[in-house]
Design a protein around this ligand. Structure first.
Ligand code: LUB
Length: 215
């Protein structure tokens, strides 16, 4: 049984609050509302142009309530980026359960990622914060490398299964797929606020996977 494909950022999963009492549950809900409110503002305005007061106003809590959960604006940004990456192991588990071949698993993962970029404000905010990482004094995770690693692993399996053209190098193809995806979703964000992010990625995906798939 081949090793199940893992994705590096699995360790970033947010722990569930087990057996929380009502006070704890309210606190967890407020923490999530603050995270989502900050993600909306960072996506709309960028890290620098959104203040902690803006987050408090958006969520209708006090500034102190925001600081109770996140001591700095940088801590908010880090939490959003971590939650962005925590999405992908969940996605991988769901796609793996479809029991597709490795090349189709890679294609489906990226297709579902495009849907997440269309619909999930945490994913959208994580991408914007990673672009603005030079302005953020926090140790944000290195971007792209875990997706490259996952896709390389899937493409090696696809090569072993005879699903790839013989001249395709998995490591190079994985890097190209991530670069193409990032560029496709970024252009869609800038030109259409990601309204066409799924269709644009599907156009790109058709071209790219057709070019690497064995006849
Ligand atoms: C992905 C972004 C935006 C890579 O993995 C990452 O770091 C990513 C945020 O930096 O797209 C393409 C799947």
């Amino acid at each position: 049984m081949p090793e199940p494909h893992t994705i590096g950022f699995a360790h970033k999963k947010i722990p569930a609050v087990r057996g929380a009492n009502p006070k704890q549950e309210r606190s967890v809900r407020t923490r999530l509302r603050v995270l989502l409110g900050a993600a909306e503002l960072f996506t709309e305005r960028g890290f620098r142009q959104a203040s902690v007061q803006d987050v408090a106003d958006r969520v209708e809590v006090t500034k102190g309530a925001v600081y109770f959960h996140y001591p700095t604006k940088e801590a908010l940004a880090l939490a959003i980026v971590d939650e962005h990456y925590a999405r992908w192991p969940e996605l991988l588990a769901a796609v793996t359960a479809e029991e597709l071949g490795p090349l189709d698993t890679a294609a489906r993962m990226l297709d579902r990622a495009a849907l997440a970029f269309q619909d999930d404000v945490i994913v959208q905010a994580g991408a914007r914060l990673q672009i603005e990482r030079p302005q953020i004094e926090a140790e944000l995770p290195t971007p792209y490398v875990d997706w490259i690693s996952l896709l390389e692993s899937l493409l090696v399996s696809a090569q072993e299964a005879g699903e790839l053209r013989p001249d395709v190098v998995p490591a190079k193809a994985a890097h190209s797929l991530v670069s193409a995806f990032f560029g496709s979703q970024h252009v869609s964000d800038v030109l259409s606020n990601r309204e066409d992010v799924v269709s644009r990625w599907r156009d790109m995906s058709t071209l790219l996977f057709h070019s690497i798939r064995a006849d």
